[in-house]
Design a binder for this molecule. Sequence first.
Ligand SMILES: [Zn+2]
Length: 122
Amino acid sequence: MFCSNCGHKLNEGEAFCPNCGQKKEDSTNLGSSNQSTVNGSGVVNSKAGTTNTMAILSLVFSVLGLLIAGLPLGIISVCFGATALNHLKSFPEEKGKGLAIAGIALGAFDIIAVVIQLLVLA
Ligand SMILES: [Zn+2]
């Protein structure tokens, strides 16, 4: 990292800039104080209210699986949906639980549909 005051290159262990004496922690506080004008805990809660991307992808792939390649896209959407649900357990303020469940259900349907097709064709 570099000193925020003078731009001098800082080593990991150094608490102060050897060039100008700027304290390392002060430089990070300066950086976050700019963001805290928007929201005190803006960094932590920045994703609150946003819809989980994996949940959206899960539903998109499962719908595509109905139209194109059911087996691979079905598996992908179930994996994405499970990942999204797992993530949403840790970040309950994010949205997309319903999308993830729908993605898993549709993805499973994609897989079952392909299996039924294979059985019928066989
Ligand atoms: Zn410095």
